[in-house]
Each structure stands twice: as C-alpha cells, then as structure tokens.
Ligand binder design. Sequence first.
Ligand SMILES: Nc1ncnc2c1ncn2[C@@H]1O[C@H](COP(=O)(O)OP(=O)(O)OP(=O)(O)O)[C@@H](O)[C@H]1O
Ligand SMILES: [Mg+2]
Length: 256
Amino acid sequence: MPDLPLETSNIIFELRNVTHQFGSLAAVRDVTLQIRAGERVALVGPSGAGKSTLISLLNGTLSPSQGEVWVLGQHLARLSPRGLRHVQRQIGTIYQQFHLVNNLRVIHNVNAGHLGRWTFLKGVISLAWPLDVDTAAKALAQVGIPEKIYERTDRLSGGQQQRVAIARVLVQQPQAILADEPVSSLDPERSREIMSLLRDLSQTTGKTLVVSLHDIDLARSHCDRIVGLREGQVVFDRPADEVNETFIRALYKITA
Ligand SMILES: Nc1ncnc2c1ncn2[C@@H]1O[C@H](COP(=O)(O)OP(=O)(O)OP(=O)(O)O)[C@@H](O)[C@H]1O
Ligand SMILES: [Mg+2]
C-alpha cells in the first residue's frame, strides 16, 4: 500500500518561531508549536512563564514581535481586519474572571456569543428583547444550569458564572476553545466540574481545547498533551500520561 499523504489540514494553531516582546522583556521566546483539531492541550508553568501571552497570540489579541501565527490555515499578520475578525469568530476564549456583564440577566451574557455574527442593531435590540432564546437555553442545558436563564448574572456562584461564560462560547460555535486559567477562581470541587465540562464538550463536539492551568493534576487528568513553559520557552511538550514528577520538578525548578 502506498504511504498515505501527510495530513496537514487539520492543524488548527501553528506558531512558527514566535517571540513576543513587552518592551525589553520577551514574554514568549522563539516558540514553535502545532495544535491539531480535537486535541486537548494544557499550558503549564510558573507565574510569568508566558501562558496568557501565548493564549493572546493564539486568538490574535496580540501580534507577535517576530515569527508567524497561523490559525485555521491563515497567517494572521497577512489578514485584513475583516479577515482577522472572521478567524477570531472561530475561536472562543474563556477567562479566569469570567468576563461577564454582572448586572445583566444570564441570557444576555450567553447571547453575547452571537455578537460577532449579529449586526450591532440586532445586538442592541436583543438587550431589551432577548432574541434566540432557544439557542441560549440549549447552551445553558449543555453546561448544566438551564434554570438560570433569566437570573441576574451576579446572583450566581463563581462556578455557575464560569458555566455561563462557557455557554456564551458554545453559542459562538467556535472550532476551538481557549481557556486562560478557567478554574483559578474556583474551589477544588468546582474546578474539577468545570474542567470535566470543558473536556466533555471538547470530546463530544471534536473542538480543540487549549487551557492554561496551575494545577498539574487537573492538566494530567483532563488533557491529552501538556506543554510546559518557563521564561517564555517550551521546556517540554509531551502526552499527558508521560509528564511525571521529574518534568514538573524541572519546570518549577524544585530542587529539594
Ligand atoms: N501587558 C503587559 N505589559 C508588560 N509586560 C507584560 C504584560 N503582560 C505580561 N507581561 C509580562 O510577560 C511575562 C509573561 O506574562 P504572562 O501573563 O503571559 O505569564 P503567565 O504564564 O500567564 O503567568 P500567570 O501564571 O501569573 O498568569 C511576565 O513577565 C509578565 O510580567
Ligand atoms: Mg496568566
């Protein structure tokens, strides 16, 4: 049988020799990385290692000082503003602090996931008169809080608010989900629940998941691949089940 052609089209994210400088500080240094469709990748490493910077490069919020960022086959630096927005709509991002509008009802925060596609007018009308209740209800059911749809967002617990943020990303229907420390504000039990939810959503929908985590055990139990970062560089990049204490101690420079 002839060799199968190399499958390259399923690369969702690719960094080619990417450096990102904040003034004289290189937060990300010469990083080369490929992430394929459906992979669940954890970014781990000490504070200041460059995890958040890397996530911002992957969703095009930051542009690299050197090197190339490719997302869904597009070189971001070569795209028009419209082309960049089009790619960015395919990438949903979740943050540690949820980034929700607290004094709005849950449905409005979930519907914000449509804003990249809806016209400005439709978005404004939706604030007074929620449009597309069905999609929001379905997303809230998927994240396990269907009964909260008309609740004010700031009356929800932290774990429930992170579920709202995930429902908003589901409504956006992205190809990939980026999550920057999505569980750092939550207690251990809620952290496991949210990580299981993200893993299950990624598994059932085939969406790529890239998540920065401080908890190595969660990274090992919920992701397939772990990238260890330190001082802006990749220290290791391995299947999760191969990342043992030796890797972790070296990453955090634990000598005792
Ligand atoms: N907007 C900024 N301006 C200047 N320096 C920045 C900026 N954002 C990050 N840095 C610096 O870049 C480096 C990497 O920061 P980054 O936030 O990516 O690290 P991190 O791995 O996400 O850390 P943490 O685990 O604390 O969230 C740090 O030294 C940080 O101080
Ligand atoms: Mg960070």
